[in-house]
Ligand binder design. Structure first.
Ligand code: MRU
Length: 346
């Protein structure tokens, strides 16, 4: 399986996802500006993966800080935190990881700067290791949801590339495939940036999991034909009531699944829940550049000057979600009480 992001003595190494599947190229990022730029331009993307990248970005800042004044050191971290926080607004894992790193820095600073640097570098690596563990646990829990040989549809890429490794939705799919519970995956291509076609299809083919690529507007056709038994997606932020923000088009897939009586599952680690928001209406939705819609790989496909909207995410209301799979277990159906209980449960 591909190594999405690594901490090395030289800096943060990640696979440039904008080039996949045509080129498998790793990039070395040696400062926080490089990390922030990589998140913004989606060299690294997917909610848990950008959380890990942001944590490593702060670890870089700590390691490079050229001051012996504790307050100045914390201020440098705070400035970097703000730079990283401004990259992408929807995936809450980014803010979760940044807050976790900053809390640790403030707690540890009295022990001295070098101790704090050491702890921050270790914490960033721990965030990565925990994410992989959570993905594997989600996979283990979810196997029971599928009957033998089921076919599933997924949207966007919620795989090893979108996490520290293994994946959320694709982690569930990997585990269920290994147990014979899933026999084939339908991957929506996921316009405008084609994460399904470029990344999900590539990842599944690398693992030799049978995958059929379809364009986004084909999902209804295959559901009507009875060729899809379940939908599994990831999430970028889940509000306290269970409303789920995920890649644009997810809501449409959920509506189709409901109409066709197909279960709609969301796989997400606890770092994706945002209990400060009571419903999905409060989730900030990223709006991206119009060129992502008017161009494909640099080639114009729409008339010059056309009005464009490009929301990167949408919100699926909790009533449409059959179950949320987390590393702590399955919420079926998801409810505000169930979520609070699960997250409070340590
Ligand atoms: O814009 P992206 O590619 O970062 O969007 C990614 C998604 O929407 C994923 O489904 C989500 O982050 C879950 S990843 C495990």
């Amino acid at each position: 399986m591909v190594e999405t992001i690594e901490w090395t003595d030289e800096g943060v190494v990640l696979i440039d996802q904008t080039l996949l599947p045509l080129k498998e190229r790793q990039v070395l990022l040696t400062d926080v500006h490089g990390v922030a730029n990589a998140i913004q331009t989606m060299k690294i993307r997917g909610a848990p993966a950008i959380g890990v990248a942001a944590a490593m970005g702060l670890a870089l800042v700590a390691r490079q800080a050229a001051t012996d004044d504790s307050m100045a050191f914390l201020q440098e971290l705070e400035d970097a935190r703000n730079q990283l926080a401004a990259t992408r607004p929807t995936a809450v894992n980014l803010f979760w990881a940044l807050d976790r790193m900053m809390r640790l820095a403030r707690r540890t600073i009295d022990a001295g700067i070098s101790v704090t640097v050491d702890r921050l570098v270790k914490e960033a690596q721990a965030i990565k290791a925990e994410d992989i563990k959570m993905c594997r646990a989600m996979g283990d829990h979810a196997v029971e949801l599928f009957s033998e040989g089921a076919t599933v549809l997924t949207h966007c890429n919620a795989g090893a590339l979108a996490t520290a490794g293994y994946g959320t939705a694709l982690g569930v799919i990997r585990s269920a495939y290994r147990e014979g519970r899933i026999s084939r995956v339908f991957a929506d291509e996921t316009r405008p940036l084609l994460q399904g076609a470029r990344l999900t299809a590539w990842e599944l083919m690398q693992d030799e999991i049978p995958v059929t690529l379809i364009t986004d507007n084909m999902a209804a056709f295959f559901m009507k034909e009875g060729r899809i038994d379940a939908v599994v997606t990831g999430a970028d932020r889940i509000a306290g009531n269970g409303d789920v923000a995920n890649k644009i088009g997810t809501y449409g897939v959920a509506v189709l699944a409901k109409y066709h009586g197909i279960p709609f599952y969301v796989a997400a680690p606890s770092s994706t829940f945002d209990l400060s928001l009571s419903s999905g209406r409060e989730i900030p939705i990223e709006r991206r550049h119009k060129d992502e819609v008017t161009h494909l790989f640099g080639i114009r496909i729409a008339p010059e000057g056309v009005e464009v909207e490009n929301p990167a995410f949408d919100v699926t209301p909790v009533e449409m979600v059959t179950a949320i799979i987390t590393e702590r277990g399955i919420l079926k159906p998801p409810t505000a009480e169930g979520i609070r209980e699960m997250l409070g449960g340590g």
